[in-house]
Design a protein around this ligand. Structure first.
Ligand code: 5AD
Ligand code: SF4
Length: 468
């Protein structure tokens, strides 16, 4: 039933896409240009690639500069306050572009604009913005854009979750070596600090046949790395009428013939099973790096965060994974200063970091988000205290990171070459299977290929070596 509805939506949007194309041909003598910028996580970057796919179908070309654009779209992030501030800063600056080019269309979408109070703020204080839409109607961009272009009225669409995924939206990928492949949308976990379930709706998985079809096409198109995306990939398959889970999906993608590798993010520790660890260990194309955000190292705080695991269970899982997966590297997200967190509890996070030894951590000071449960909790620690704890954590991590980087000297790493290195040609750069940045000298023909590199030197952000 929902797939018939999704098909109807797709056909209707394709019709609008043709209408926009015709309108643009009448209106412009040049190829109209769009500037699309996505803030935030990989899921958002991937949404941005779908938005660009629709815009390309409507006849737009792309530009990196908003000054040259006829259509500017910011795909926003709401996960922390500073992400929102950055968007407002950028939107404010567009006033000057619009003054020079009054028929420029400015649009905002994504997690931030799904929130009513943000839409109201844009309505009131940013009159140069023409189109604002939330996360649940992205696939109707052709229709919304058509209406905006013909009516010259401001359009706001914050419609609710439609409850199913619309397949068949075109994609305009940013790269030709690595590809993002979303396997699900939304989140059901309601971690108490997090805005995502409020703005992206309930979890919905894509049917495996669409995912496999897309992965096969990516391999046929020459992509060498596929990253499967979801807010919690470990619960993939929930609600589908097929016998599937994330481990089974990984095995199916691993069975696609071709020379490519598979990554995935993000994993929730509560749903990360031993079956999944075994699958990672057994699938030759799945990389030996797991992003497994722990958020903090205190059982009391984890409970308040609604994370549904304990420090002990997490560490047991890590031990099992380290034993099963050779050369495994781990990365994490950590929040410092959750409401009510004490210094002693923060020190438990430091202890956990020392035990796990992450190669990389994405670290955040807690940022209250309107509408979440944590935003109503008492938060006695001061911003200055939280900053001090934060710096203490970075110091602990810097030592661990350097030790882990140094331990790679003398090893041979398989590297997917993805571009020119920081110091320019002939220096090339890429990532090893365990996701370390590796730089070495070589010919630019190697970009997009796998090479083996003997590591000779380590800094804190990359290792260096020679092709063998
Ligand atoms: N404050 C700080 N960090 C947050 N994150 C999510 N919500 C918040 C918040 N309110 C972090 C979590 C999550 C990552 C994507 O962003 O660590 O894993
Ligand atoms: Fe937010 Fe938790 Fe869902 Fe991740 S799992 S998106 S942190 S609610």
């Amino acid at each position: 039933m929902s797939s018939a509805k999704a098909q109807d939506i797709l056909v209707k949007q394709q019709e609008y896409s043709v209408k926009v194309r015709e309108l643009l041909m009448q209106r412009y003598t040049h190829m109209p240009l769009a500037h699309v910028h996505s803030f935030g996580c990989q899921q958002n970057i991937s949404d941005g690639e779908h938005i660009k796919g629709m815009l390309a179908q409507m006849g737009y070309g792309f530009t990196d500069s908003p000054d040259d654009a006829d259509f500017v779209l910011y795909n926003t992030c709401a996960v922390r306050e500073n992400a929102e501030d950055r968007v407002f800063g950028n939107v404010g600056n567009l006033v000057h572009c619009k003054r020079r080019k009054p028929d420029m269309v400015i649009a905002l979408c994504g997690c931030m604009t799904q929130q009513e109070h943000i839409a109201q703020k844009v309505k009131k204080s940013y009159p140069h913005v023409n189109l604002v839409f939330g996360t649940h109607v992205t696939h109707t961009l052709p229709e919304m854009l058509y209406k905006t272009l013909v009516s010259h009225k401001r359009t706001f669409d914050l419609s609710d979750d439609i409850g199913f995924i619309v397949e068949g939206i075109p994609v305009h990928r940013d790269g030709n070596i690595k590809a993002w492949l979303p396997i699900m949308q939304g989140c059901d976990n309601f971690c108490t600090y997090c805005i995502v379930p409020h703005v992206r709706g309930r979890e919905k998985s894509r049917s495996s046949r669409y995912i496999i079809e897309e992965a096969r096409q990516l391999v046929a198109d020459g992509y060498k790395e596929i990253t499967l995306l979801g807010q919690n990939v470990n619960s993939y398959g929930k609600g589908l009428d097929e016998d599937i889970n994330f481990s089974k999906l990984l095995r199916m993608i691993n069975d696609i013939p071709g020379d490519f590798r598979i990554r995935f993010m993000t994993s929730h520790p509560k749903d990360c099973t031993r079956e999944l660890i075994d699958t990672i260990a057994e699938c030759d194309k799945v990389c030996n790096n797991i992003h497994l955000p722990v958020q903090c190292g205190s059982n009391r705080v984890l409970k308040e965060m609604n994370r549904h695991y304990t420090v002990e269970a997490y560490l047991e899982l890590i031990d099992y994974a380290k034993k099963k997966i050779p050369g495994l590297t781990l990365t994490s997200d950590i929040i410092v200063g959750f409401p009510g967190e004490t210094y002693e509890e923060f020190c438990e996070t430091l202890e956990l970091i020392k035990k796990v030894r992450y190669t990389n951590m994405y670290t955040f000071i807690y940022s209250p988000r309107n509408g979440t449960r944590a935003a109503k909790m008492p938060d006695p620690a001061t911003a200055a205290e939280k900053s001090k704890w934060f710096r203490e954590m970075l110091d602990v991590q810097a030592v661990i990171n350097q030790e882990l980087m140094d331990s790679k000297v003398g090893t041979v790493q398989r590297v997917l070459v993805d571009g020119i290195g920081k110091t320019g040609a002939p220096r090339l750069a890429g990532r090893s299977d365990d996701n370390t940045i590796v730089e070495f000298d070589g010919s630019s023909d190697l970009i997009g290929k796998f090479v083996n590199v003997q590591i000779t030197k380590a800094l804190n952000w990359a290792v260096f070596g020679e092709i063998i």
